[in-house]
Write a protein that binds this ligand. Structure first.
Ligand code: BEZ
Length: 193
């Protein structure tokens, strides 16, 4: 499929998804936003979204890999009946000036409805890397994904640390995610020396 979306989505997000100054917005985090919280927030709570699965199908050129040797990071894939658990943050609109830079490698800010444990819900935003962005890698076997993760590193650190921190955070939250834990299990069997 031809790639329609430039790998740098910063301008697109700033232009297409404008917010009002001072507006409070719910943001759903399902990847590094769960454990790397380098932005101010008003409130956070565990949350889930329906119809989406977390998958290591996005390439990382700028954080956990390089353009010539990309790492793999998570995105969301539509899947009927699936539930993805994560963390929701209530943030001020100005936070997206930073997050759009941090998540510029192919991620678009899209609207989503998230459910909380008390059975209330809110519509907010989520970053998703769709298959039409230049850095998208797509499906591979969980072993091949683990192998790529085992060897990749970029300006933000090793791709292994990204996977292990995400897996640990999900475990601590009591979340079962077969895709993530299977890749983690394979990673521990791979000797990169
Ligand atoms: C997240 O943790 O929600 C997230 C994952 C990938 C890119 C941007 C955000």
């Amino acid at each position: 499929m031809p790639k329609l979306m430039s790998v740098n989505t910063f301008e697109h997000n700033q232009r297409q998804c404008q917010l009002t100054e001072g507006e409070e917005v719910w943001l759903f985090g399902y990847g590094s936003l769960i454990y790397l919280v380098d932005f101010p927030y008003i409130e956070s709570k565990t949350a889930s979204i329906r119809g989406w699965s977390r998958r290591f199908w996005q390439g990382s050129h700028d954080h956990r890999g390089t353009e010539s040797s990309p790492g793999r990071v998570v995105t969301l894939i539509e899947e009927a009946g699936a539930i993805c658990h994560g963390v929701a943050y209530k943030v001020e609109a100005s936070v997206f000036e930073w997050l759009d830079v941090r998540e510029k490698n192919g991620y678009l800010r899209l609207s989503i409805t998230m459910a909380f444990e008390d059975e209330t819900s809110e519509t907010g935003l989520v970053y998703i890397a769709t298959s039409d962005n230049d850095a998208y890698l797509g499906e591979a076997s969980e072993y091949d994904i683990a192998y790529q993760i085992a060897t990749a590193k970029g300006p933000s650190g090793t791709n292994s640390d990204y996977l292990l921190e995400l897996a640990d955070s999900l475990r601590n939250m009591g979340v079962e995610d077969e895709h993530i834990f299977t890749i983690e299990k394979y990673l521990h069997t791979i000797d990169t020396n």
